[in-house]
Design a protein around this ligand. Structure first.
Ligand SMILES: *Cc1c(COP(=O)(O)O)cnc(C)c1O
Length: 438
C-alpha cells in the first residue's frame, strides 16, 4: 500500500507572505532571493550547499530595536547559546550588548569577541568547578546560581581563591510559559532554578556565606514565548520575593528577567519587545533594581537562513535536500516549522504542489516539512530554510559523517565567509585507533 499523498494545509503562509514579513529578504526577477543586498544564489554557488547565511544588518537592527524598547529600564545581555559565532558576538558587543553564557566555551568566546567580563552573566544548571573558578577569576558581572547546593560550591571555590563572587539566585517561579515542552524551563517539574518556596531561605544563607555576595534574583521561564502573560505572572512572583527579602533586611539590587522572546516562524509574528518592557515595568518599575534581559532567539533567529540544494525527488511527493537534521535539528527536535523559499524567482511563481521536504539522514525525523506547497521540485534547484539564525548552526552535529556546513555573513551588499566548510579529515582528526586493534 502506498502512503497517502501530502495535503497542503489551507492556512499555510504563501511565499509572498513569508517574504513580506521579512524585510531583509526580497525576491528579485533577475537575482532571485536576495538577503539585504546580496543574491543568495551567488553565495550558494561559491560555498556550495548546505550553507548558513547570516544578515548582519538584521541582527544589528533587532538589537537596536530591543535596546530602544528597554532604554532607561533594562540592559540587554545576548544569550550566546542561540548563535555563538565570534562575528555575531562581535556585532552584539559593538551594539552595546552584554552576554549571558552557559559554559566555559561560551565565556571564552564572549571575552574573545570583546565583551567585557563585567558585562557577562553565567547561567546554567550544571556548572563545573573549573567553570565556576574561571568565572570568579575573570570577575564577571554575576553568577546565576541554580540551587542551594551550587551556592555552597561557589562560595567554597571563591573563598578558596580569596574572593567573593557576586551571585544572583535563579528562582523557579512555577509559571508555564505555554511553549513547547522541550523549551519550557519555568515550571516546578523542570530541572531549572531554586523552588520558589525555598528561595528566601537560600538567599538568607547566601548572605551568611563567606565566598558569595547575593546581589539579586534571576529567572528564565522558557523559550519562543509569544505573549506577555507568562512574563507578567513570573515577574509578579519575583517582585513579591524582592519585597519579602527586603523586609527581612536582605539587600536585593538586581533582577535578571531572562530571555525567551519568541519570533514568528510561520505567521504568528514576533513577540513584542514593548510588551516585555511593559511587563518588566509593571512588576519591577518601582523597586529600584538594576534590570537586565537576556534574549537569544529574538535577536538572531530571523537573521539567518540555511541554503540547500534539491538532490532528489521521490514519487513526486518527497523532496530530498542536501541539508539535514544534523545541520538544522529544530524540526526533528521541537517539531519546529521553518519557511522554505526557492532561490530562483521563476520557481517561486510556479504552481505549488504539496510535498514533504526531507534530508538524507537515516532517521524518519529528518524531515523539514510535511505537506508543504512548494514550486521547485527539480533536482538542482536551491532553497532557503528561513529563520535559522538561532539554535541552528550551534546545534549542528556530524551525524552520518556529514561535515559542519560553512557560514557566510552578509552586510549591506558585502558578504564574507565566516566559517569554512569542515573538511572530512577534520572530522576524524582527533580520533586514534588504539594499539590493541593494530
Ligand atoms: C536559553 C536561555 C536564554 C535565551 O533564550 P531565548 O529563548 O533564546 O531568548 C536566556 N537565559 C537563559 C538562562 C537561558 O538558558
Amino acid at each position: 500500500m502506498s502512503a497517502p499523498a501530502p495535503v497542503v494545509r489551507e492556512d499555510e503562509p504563501s511565499i509572498a507572505a513569508l517574504l513580506a514579513a521579512r524585510p531583509h529578504l526580497a525576491m528579485h526577477a533577475m537575482d532571485g532571493l536576495v538577503l539585504e543586498g546580496v543574491p543568495l544564489m551567488r553565495i550558494a554557488e561559491v560555498l556550495g550547499t548546505p550553507a548558513w547565511v547570516y544578515s548582519a544588518g538584521t541582527m544589528r537592527s533587532r538589537l537596536a530595536a530591543l535596546t530602544a524598547a528597554m532604554r532607561g529600564l533594562a540592559g540587554v545581555h545576548y544569550a550566546v547559546k542561540a548563535n555563538d559565532h565570534l562575528a555575531v558576538l562581535r556585532l552584539m558587543a559593538a551594539g552595546g550588548a552584554g552576554a549571558d553564557v552557559v559554559s566555559e566555551g561560551e565565556l571564552r568566546r564572549a571575552r574573545l569577541a570583546g565583551i567585557a567580563a563585567g558585562d557577562i552573566v553565567f547561567s546554567g544548571v550544571g556548572k563545573s568547578a573549573r567553570e565556576i573558578r574561571l568565572a570568579i577569576a575573570e570577575d564577571i558581572r554575576q553568577i546565576n546560581v541554580e540551587s542551594a547546593e551550587e551556592l555552597e560550591v561557589v562560595s567554597a571555590l571563591a573563598a578558596g581563591l580569596g574572593r567573593r563572587a557576586r551571585v544572583a539566585l535563579r528562582i523557579n517561579p512555577d509559571v508555564d510559559a505555554g511553549t513547547h515542552a522541550k523549551i519550557t524551563t519555568g515550571t516546578a517539574q523542570t530541572k531549572f532554578g531554586i523552588p520558589f518556596a525555598e528561595a528566601a531561605a537560600v538567599y538568607a544563607r547566601a548572605a551568611e556565606l563567606p565566598g558569595v555576595e547575593p546581589v539579586g534574583l534571576a529567572l528564565h521561564i522558557g523559550s519562543q514565548i509569544l505573549s506577555a502573560a507568562p512574563y507578567r505572572a513570573a515577574f509578579a512572583r519575583a517582585a513579591e520575593l524582592v519585597w519579602t527579602l527586603r523586609a527581612r533586611g536582605l539587600a536585593v539590587q538586581r533582577m535578571d528577567c531572562g530571555g525567551g522572546l519568541g519570533i514568528g516562524y510561520r505567521d504568528e509574528g514576533d513577540a513584542s519587545a514593548a510588551a516585555l518592557a511593559g511587563a518588566i515595568r509593571a512588576s519591577f518599575g518601582g523597586l529600584d533594581l538594576e534590570l537586565i534581559v537576556e534574549p537569544g532567539r529574538w535577536l538572531v533567529g530571523p537573521a539567518g537562513v540555511l541554503l540547500a540544494e534539491v538532490v532528489g525527488m521521490k514519487g513526486g511527493r518527497i523532496v530530498v535536500l542536501d541539508a539535514a537534521m544534523n545541520d538544522l535539528v529544530r524540526p526533528a527536535m521541537y517539531d519546529a516549522w521553518h519557511g522554505i523559499v526557492p532561490l530562483v524567482g521563476r520557481n517561486a511563481q510556479a504552481a505549488t504542489a504539496p510535498v514533504d521536504v526531507v534530508g538524507p539522514v537515516c532517521e524518519s525525523s529528518d524531515t523539514f516539512a510535511r505537506g508543504r506547497g512548494l514550486p521547485m521540485t527539480r533536482p538542482g534547484a536551491y532553497v532557503a530554510l528561513l529563520d535559522a539564525g538561532a539554535y541552528g548552526a550551534v546545534m549542528s552535529s556530524t551525524y552520518n559523517g556529514r561535515p559542519l556546513a560553512p557560514i557566510a555573513m552578509v552586510d549591506g551588499d558585502r558578504w564574507a565567509v565566516i566559517r569554512d566548510r569542515q573538511l572530512h579529515a577534520e572530522m576524524w582528526a582527533g580520533e586514534r585507533v588504539p594499539d590493541f586493534l593494530a
